[in-house]
Ligand binder design. Structure first.
Ligand SMILES: *Cc1c(COP(=O)(O)O)cnc(C)c1O
Length: 359
């Protein structure tokens, strides 16, 4: 993308809109159609849609690349994992998002690919695993352990080995981290989370850079979206775009609260460990007393909702190991807190009473 004079906060509001002319709507319309009148490039509703494109224009500008919207984060993940050639080598985190880890394990189980698992915090291990690999998948910070990878080091290793570097940027969002700028080839998002931001829609995205090898990647991922069929509904794309408009202000507010809550939790007698990388809106804590104590905290919260998913304006919390698919690397007592936009003092008061066992 050509350098823009605008900051991300302005781009999020200003792009993805119809051209200014008399009587033009301010917002991109929700174009509900399965087909188009013949004669133009659009063709069919599984191939293109103007509402997807409005969302893609904004997300692409924020990431510094070109975006493709998918029906869900996993739709985007699957399309990118499919880039691994049959029998190829795929590197994934030891503990990343459980859905991605399950998809990699399925590829391994069927003999579709060889999977190497690495500690993303160990840059030397990532570089070693990248040698001879076709695709290196990183998540940073990881869900839910909040581990941070050295992306420039991983990018250097991947360019030496010829591997494609993919970064799941769901937790940082393009406002806190732009992986393409740090040398990654592909960015993946669950826009369901912070980007859409209101716990009311599932959507995913893939972003690639501009020029050269990125053109081939864009064509390959586009073909996989069209043939795999994980295309978003126009209304879902519109909701995600509406959410994206306020991502900068939501993120700023929620991150300030997350930082303050992480600080207070670190001094709380019922909490044995706080994981917070110092940025973002997710805080993971380990509660004294194992799974039962962690379940009790989740059950006793009133303002915080005991629910999976994250990144909404509504604060949620959950004990991740309640899911059988969650990695054994995640402690049984780990509670992932997704900090939303409520008042931080109200959030603290409720969390404190929940940590006291609801008394
Ligand atoms: C939720 C999530 C996904 C999957 O996204 P969906 O929109 O639920 O399909 C992928 N990666 C990360 C890091 C996630 O948190």
């Amino acid at each position: 993308m050509a350098a823009s004079p605008w900051t991300p906060q302005t781009l999020a509001v200003a792009l993805g809109r119809p051209t200014h002319e008399p009587d033009a709507p301010l917002n991109s319309p929700v174009v509900m159609t399965s087909t188009y009148v013949a004669g133009g490039p659009r063709g069919y509703g599984r191939t293109s849609n103007p509402t997807w494109e409005a969302f893609e224009e904004v997300l692409g500008a924020l990431e510094g690349g070109r975006a493709l919207a998918f029906a869900s984060g996993m739709g985007a993940v699957s399309a990118v994992l499919d880039l691994v050639p049959v029998g190829g080598v795929l590197v994934v985190p030891v503990g990343g998002y459980s859905g991605t880890m399950a998809a990699a394990a399925a590829m391994e189980g069927s003999g579709r690919a060889v999977v190497r698992r690495v500690d993303v915090t160990d840059a030397a291990a990532v570089a070693e695993a990248a040698t001879g690999a076709q695709l290196v998948w990183l998540e940073s910070p990881t869900n839910p352990l909040l581990e941070v990878a050295d992306l420039p080091a991983a990018a250097a290793a991947c360019s030496r080995s010829g591997a494609t570097l993919v970064v799941d940027n769901t937790f940082a969002t393009p406002l806190l981290q732009q992986p393409l700028d740090l040398g990654a080839d592909v960015v993946v998002h669950s826009a369901t989370k912070l980007i859409a931001g209101h716990s009311d829609v599932l959507l995913g995205a893939v972003v690639v850079g501009t020029g050269g090898a990125a053109d081939a990647l864009l064509a390959e991922v586009t073909a996989r979206r069209t043939l795999g069929g994980a295309v978003p509904g126009p209304f879902e794309a519109w909701l995600a775009l509406r959410g994206l408009r306020t991502l900068p202000v939501r993120l700023r507010a929620a991150q300030a609260s997350a930082t303050e809550l992480a600080r207070r939790l670190a001094g709380h007698p019922a909490v044995s460990r706080v994981r917070y990388p110092g940025l973002g809106t997710i805080v993971s804590i380990e509660v004294d007393g194992g799974a039962a104590a962690a379940d009790a905290v989740c059950g006793a919260a009133r303002l915080w909702t005991n629910a999976t998913s994250l990144g909404g304006v509504e604060s949620t919390l959950e004990r991740r190991r309640r899911w059988p698919a969650e990695s054994a690397a995640v402690p049984e007592s780990l509670v992932r807190l997704s900090v939303g936009c409520e008042d931080v003092e109200d959030l603290w008061t409720d969390l404190e009473q929940a940590l006291r066992g609801g008394h």
